[in-house]
Design a protein around this ligand. Structure first.
Ligand code: AR6
Length: 180
């Protein structure tokens, strides 16, 4: 199966998704915040924060896994995206690392379906088109190395972000078609 057919784009609130894991765009304390982080903690309930307190935080570009508690998702994978400082401070590598480390955790736990928000593109200010390109390419590259996870959902909060991800997937799909 070509990797691009394992990629799904939806416009939704990520807390509503019925998947094995949703990814949280957290901060290094892992103790909650605004944006998607706040929404996930509100929907999961206080037990999520209690488990996060035991994790001793998380480095930028790394990821840690917890239960999903009151969410429909069975797990939450917390990752810490880079703050955008103009692009010359390692932001692209750190953003790619967030996707890779999250996928490694999902694979290690045998998870079949996982959903990402658009990491770093809110409060952390990463330009949305550049972030979508890194997200799609990094996930697609990772999926080539194994059959878990089977599918990866890019859960966008608005139609414009969804369109950016669909466009990147189309670019990848046509590049693969040309090389066959
Ligand atoms: N479902 C899906 N996507 C969402 C949702 C949701 N419920 N809510 C927001 N988004 P942000 P960051 C989108 O700011 O930039 C927090 O305070 C949003 O439109 O949540 O990585 C953390 O604690 C945007 O495209 O995360 C950190 O301190 C994307 O999610 C900091 O913000 C990410 O926006 C992390 O900043």
């Amino acid at each position: 199966m070509p990797e691009s057919s394992r990629l799904i784009v939806v416009t939704a609130d990520i807390t509503t998704l019925d998947v094995d894991a949703i990814v949280n765009a957290a901060n290094s304390s892992l103790l909650g915040g605004g944006g998607v982080d706040g929404a996930i903690h509100r929907a999961a309930g206080p037990q999520l924060l209690a488990e996060c307190r035991t994790l001793d935080g998380c480095e930028t570009g790394d990821a840690k896994i917890t239960g999903g508690y009151r969410l429909r998702a069975r797990h939450v994978i917390h990752t810490v995206g880079p703050v955008w400082h103009g692009g010359d401070s390692g932001e692209p590598e750190l953003l790619a690392s967030c996707y890779r480390r999250s996928l490694e955790l999902a694979r290690r736990h045998g998870l079949k379906c996982i959903a990402f928000p658009s990491i770093s593109t809110g409060v952390y200010g990463y330009p949305k088109a550049a972030a979508a390109k890194i997200a799609v390419r990094t996930v697609s590259d990772f999926l080539k190395s194994g059959d878990r996870p089977q599918s990866v959902t890019f859960c966008c909060f608005d139609h414009r972000a969804a369109e950016l991800h669909r466009r990147e997937i189309a670019v990848l799909g046509s590049a693969m078609g040309e090389s066959q």
